[in-house]
Ligand binder design. Structure first.
Ligand SMILES: [Zn+2]
Length: 507
């Protein structure tokens, strides 16, 4: 019997989803793509007698037993993407799976399909999707790319939108009113406990749920080298299908468990922007973000392992880890700046993951974060050079953080940092004293010994004891040591004090 593998991948997902700065359009775009990917594509494949191996995160994989059916399916789904979104397109590859007795036929076909998709995606020229804008048409007020076709009257200002933005916006309203994916999972998950749970719909609403003056956080996470893992461990259709289901459920369950402690007044403490494949974007109240982030990264492997065990897949979940970038700022800070900063932080966290992996062979989840309290337009690289780098081997930070201890690696874990901040905060350690301690980091080495003595003299006995226990769990010998030397990845000196002060209001 002949057999064909059909591989699909949405073109330029992030360009489509983040084409405007508006939460509604971003949520609408992301949810519309998820519906196309996880529901419409699967239905369409079934209609053409295809079997789904997985669908998620904008890509999908199917098996067909007739060549013409595979081609009919691809033609129909390509058309559907344009019809539904007016803009987003999907790339496809059809590869025959050899039916010889040889091993690894499936993996070989999968690799071939992947190469073919990569080539097609590289040739996908966005200008071919552009509508020609006549000079006498006024362009859309949100994306600026297409002519205005809709005038929506709102309370404070009217919206003049193109067809693409209008489609996203209309879908967002459907997501909000009917709790469509990615919200549906959480409504169902908590339905036994609480029937009336609602999602916040605006950034202001999330900001109001924050203890510290309208701050929100943009959490961006991504799996570390999941592609390599799949190549190595999932060599058959059956294993890949089972694993995709387990991964989807593990990610959703981990999110649900991570946010559960912060549900208040019948409201979810987050807006899910994108959940698909190993990709994750959530927006939360500022003061909840770091705990939610840590809960997620600490528990993910456990929920994944539970799922693998339930489905009798003999795979060790500690071989998979995730990295995360978290930006905390005021709800008025531009959404695309949140996105860009979290993306840079995620990349930074990923390089720490990579360094640890190369050195120790261990898969360790990592996180980087930044609190932005003024309207800065600095990039993360500028912040690292301007704020963190004190000299060629001294750093005013320990970021990014590992989520678990690594033997020989002396930086504190993210849990250590959060626990110390939470203890100091719950014991009402005076913020001004913490600030003074932090400021000594920036003074010249010749003066800071004196400064530390006078700082020590200003502390009450119970404050001194609190400082000693705090510094110990952060890897500093005493509170009079501002830096520790790290001999695992570098021989540089690091201090966690700046990080501690930065997150003090957000634990
Ligand atoms: Zn537009």
């Amino acid at each position: 019997m002949e057999k064909y593998l059909v591989s699909l991948d949405t073109n330029k997902v992030k360009n489509y989803v983040f084409a405007t700065n508006k939460l509604k359009e971003i949520v609408g775009a992301s949810s519309l793509l998820a519906e196309l990917n996880e529901e419409i594509t699967i239905k369409c494949a079934k209609k053409h007698e295809g079997k789904c191996i997985f669908a998620g995160g904008g890509s999908a994989l199917f098996v067909f037993y007739k060549k013409n059916k595979a081609h009919d399916f691809v033609a129909e789904i390509e058309r559907t993407y344009i019809e539904k979104t007016k803009k987003a397109t999907i790339a496809s590859a059809i590869v025959e799976i050899p039916q010889s007795q040889e091993e690894n036929n499936f993996i070989k076909a999968l690799n071939q399909a992947e190469k073919c998709l990569k080539r097609k995606k590289a040739n996908n020229n966005p200008s071919t999707n552009l509508v020609y804008l006549e000079p006498y048409f006024e362009p859309c007020h949100h994306c600026g790319n297409y002519p205005i076709i809709k005038h929506i009257e709102l309370n404070d200002n009217d919206l003049l939108l193109c067809e693409v933005c209008f489609t996203k916006r209309s879908y967002a309203l459907k997501v909000e009113n009917e709790n469509l994916r990615p919200r549906k999972y959480f409504i169902d998950y908590f339905s036994k406990l609480n029937q009336g749970l609602k999602f916040p719909n605006t950034l202001e609403e999330l900001g109001e749920m924050d203890r510290s003056n309208g701050y929100i956080a943009y959490i961006y996470a991504d799996g570390n080298a999941f592609g390599n893992f799949i190549q190595k461990h999932l060599d058959s259709e059956e294993k890949l299908t089972a694993f995709s289901e387990i991964l989807k459920s593990a990610i959703n369950t981990t999110i649900a468990k991570s946010i559960e402690p912060f549900i208040q007044n019948n409201k979810f403490p987050f807006i899910p922007v994108l959940i698909g494949g190993d990709d994750l974007i959530l927006i939360t109240p500022g003061s909840r973000a770091l705990s939610i982030a840590n809960n997620f990264l600490i528990q993910f492997q456990q929920f994944l392992q539970n799922g693998l065990r339930d489905k009798n897949l003999d795979i060790d979940a500690t071989q998979l880890s995730m990295s995360m970038g978290v930006t905390i700022s005021h709800s008025k800070y531009p959404l695309l700046s949140f996105h860009d900063m979290s993306k840079s932080l995620l990349q930074n966290a990923k390089s720490l993951y990579q360094d640890i992996y190369i050195k120790s062979g261990k898969q360790i989840s990592t996180v980087d974060f930044k609190v932005i309290s003024s309207s800065t337009s600095k990039s993360l690289d500028q912040i690292i050079d301007g704020e963190y780098k004190l000299s060629k081997d001294h750093w005013a930070t320990c970021r990014p953080y590992p989520c678990f201890e690594v033997e020989g690696f002396s930086r504190p874990t993210f849990t250590n940092l959060l626990n110390v901040a939470a203890t100091l905060s719950s014991k009402h350690f005076p913020k001004n004293k913490l600030m003074r301690w932090k400021d000594i980091v920036y003074t010249k080495e010749s003066i800071n010994a004196l400064e530390l003595i006078s700082f020590g003299a200003s502390l009450k006995m119970e404050e001194k004891i609190l400082m000693e226990t705090s510094t110990k769990s952060l890897g500093l010998a005493t509170y009079k040591n501002l830096f520790f030397q790290e001999n695992f990845l570098t021989t540089d000196y690091f201090t966690p004090l700046i990080d501690l002060v930065e997150i003090f209001n957000f634990v």
